[in-house]
Ligand binder design. Sequence first.
Ligand code: PAF
Length: 282
Amino acid sequence: MEILDSIEAMRAWRRSLPTNVRIGFAPTMGNLHAGHISLVDQAAIDSDKVVASIFVNPMQFGANEDLDAYPRTMEADLEKLEAAGAAAVFTPTIDDIYPEGVDHHTAVEVPGLTNVLCGASRAGHFKGVTTVVSKLFAAVQPDVAAFGAKDLQQVLVIKKMVRDLLLPIEIVTVPTMRESDGLAMSSRNGYLTPSERQLAPHFSQTLANCAEAIRTDHSAIETALEAAREALNAHGFKIDYLEARKTFDLSTATSLDEEIALFGAVFLGKTRLIDNRVISSS
Ligand code: PAF
């Protein structure tokens, strides 16, 4: 596996490949778990060679968020990517990506989809994501890129960016990987204390129950959401949001007349967890 630790090295490697080699891409912020490896696996199905990236992107963290604490486990990550069969890993530095600093950098912004849910709670977050993903796309030049469904809003935002900017990249959504008790895999799960870790699966279970209630009675979205909010409060979660939205444009879902999804973000102690459940009308 090639380790490409600068934009220059990434570009040189990319140029060395025959033009008919199809490149799959799995962008990550490191601290890899099985969910990330499933991105590599999916990218491999759709391409000839997979590039993964590891870059903890300062631009997508708010001032009071966990940028400094975010787990950095480069050595273990490289071993996992090698075992997963990645052809190369792109590990640019912050100076490489933001030579004049984050505040003086051109930004890519997707309107609409980014004002709600995580976009409303985390000002500037999606601007940071779309800017860095644009840069990673420009350096890697993938034919296909894989993103995890756990961050469903992020996937919808990236898909719109790719459509709007005419980027010739296919975006594939990879199903959420879960622990055996249902908790969605996330690098942030490592912040949970043992007692919080025991409580955490109630979040995914409550979302699953709420989705089932809506499937059974399409007209009762608000009632089901209220019951789910009460259940989460009773388990000690602090709710950031729990909402049902259309996956088409993230507008509020009023009935199950098209595909909708439940989106949730909660705090358990200091740890913010997100999860979602898609509910199809068919
Ligand atoms: O999903 C993530 O890990 C990040 O948001 C991404 C896409 C790697 C951009 O930094």
